[in-house]
Design a binder for this molecule. Sequence first.
Ligand SMILES: C[S@@+](CC[C@H](N)C(=O)[O-])C[C@H]1O[C@@H](n2cnc3c(N)ncnc32)[C@H](O)[C@@H]1O
Length: 288
Amino acid sequence: MSLSQLTTSTHTRVEYALGHSSSELDRLTFQASVFAPFTRQLFTQAGIKPGMRVLDVGSGSGDVSFLTAELVGEGGHVLGVDRSAEAVQRARVRAIRRNHANVAFAVGDPAAMRFDQPFDAIVGRFVLMYQDDPVWSLRRITKHLRANGVVAFQEVDTTACRSRPSVSVFDDAARWLQEALRGSGARPDLGLEMHSLFLDSGLPAPEMRMDAVVSGAAESPVYQLLAEAVRSLVPTLQKLNIASPGQVQIDSLADRMRDEVVASRAVAVSYGLVGAWARKLVVEDIGR
Ligand SMILES: C[S@@+](CC[C@H](N)C(=O)[O-])C[C@H]1O[C@@H](n2cnc3c(N)ncnc32)[C@H](O)[C@@H]1O
């Protein structure tokens, strides 16, 4: 698949506060293993089918691309694109190890790239939340979609993340996540803004769903999910004066959350994954 990057785009960008260190790329893979069933359900519901050519925007370590590659099968193809060269390198190595012949990765921002033919579907997870202007990005990205093609994104709702009855160590960490993301310029509640985002981008009103991990069990991944997200944000928490490393105590955070939730017989809710999907209008629909 040939592609060429436009060099003329001057649009500003939100820095990705979690970085692309090896441990952050490992975190993405751990998070992906927990959320894979939700993403698979969303994409199946959205109409991702065998034989499709799919663009995965903000592919990170490659997990969404790999999952999509299973759905499109050998007759389909997935191109994962990420603006981080480190992430793309990691994804390429993993694709070779996993023997995925129907996946390729490229460095860039699809909003500022050209592709040789339109895609049947465009997907992404936890990526529109990092755009300086998500309407501008989604408009540009969906230009690469054929008429009636599928657009499906899964974005975060950090307001979902809480414990009941309230356990302070868990709820403090949930607040740190939200404030650090917002303070770095990202949109921690973009999931719930996707209805208007789709409309403003010239797409039909999306169908939507929301998923989260909810558990009070000691062995649940819900504590580690939140703790690892906070770990990647420790420098941001400190820089923005939200919490000091001494307050966060990152190495024991997951254990303390688990112990207190279990002792309180509470439940902990992960950040929510809001899925939104629609089909690009065909020209006759636009005139109606
Ligand atoms: C939170 S990670 C999610 C990775 C992957 N989608 C997943 O769910 O595992 C967000 C990724 O999007 C990438 N990204 C953000 N904005 C982008 C853009 N405009 N174009 C390409 N990649 C982008 C970042 O570099 C980062 O690797």
